[in-house]
Write a protein that binds this ligand. Structure first.
Ligand code: IDP
Ligand code: MG
Length: 149
């Protein structure tokens, strides 16, 4: 069982794509464990993207993430990390597979609408960074047995 962090970035919220993106993951069968709309403090953005510090796009990336509210979600289930990243598509929208969120709704890499954790280890760490324990709901989905074998 994995938990992964999914962010609808400021462009996704501004463009009214929260329901579209959330719905695609929800319909896949993963379990929603936490959800909030928030303005990202710069310190959190810097912690979240620490691995990219020093890269040419880093400052622009931080400015983008803190520029307007984001929707942060935690999703749980078998292969949650892989399943969410598959729904989102490749980082660069024009290289993402058709039918993915980034291919269907985005063009520029710096406005690619979403974030999804890239490993089970990072999923756990990012969910712990973005959510307090009290914000995570441990509930059993009635449909789980019809999604997971
Ligand atoms: P990911 O979001 O698919 O995991 P990463 O390589 O971890 O992709 O990059 C984090 C985020 O940084 C991307 O989602 C994108 O918003 C931004 N980013 C990555 N590379 C570039 C770039 O070359 N120009 C502008 N923004 C970039
Ligand atoms: Mg990444």
């Amino acid at each position: 069982m994995e938990t992964t962090l999914l962010l609808v970035k400021p462009d996704g919220v501004q463009r009214g794509l929260v329901g579209e993106i959330l719905g695609r993951v929800e319909r896949r069968g993963l379990r929603l464990a936490a959800l909030k709309l928030m303005h990202v403090p710069r310190t959190l953005a810097e912690q979240h993207y620490a691995i990219h510090k020093g890269k040419p796009f880093y400052n622009g990336l931080i400015d983008y993430i803190v520029s307007a509210p984001v929707v942060a979600m935690a999703w749980s289930g078998n292969k949650a990390v892989e399943a969410v990243r598959q729904v989102l598509g490749a980082t660069n929208p024009t290289q993402a597979a058709p039918g993915t969120v980034r291919a269907d709704f985005a063009i520029d890499i710096g406005r690619n609408l979403t974030h999804g954790s890239d490993s089970a280890e990072n999923g756990a760490a990012e969910v712990a960074l973005w959510f307090a324990k009290s914000e995570l709901q441990d509930w059993k989905s009635a449909s789980a047995a019809w999604v997971f074998e």
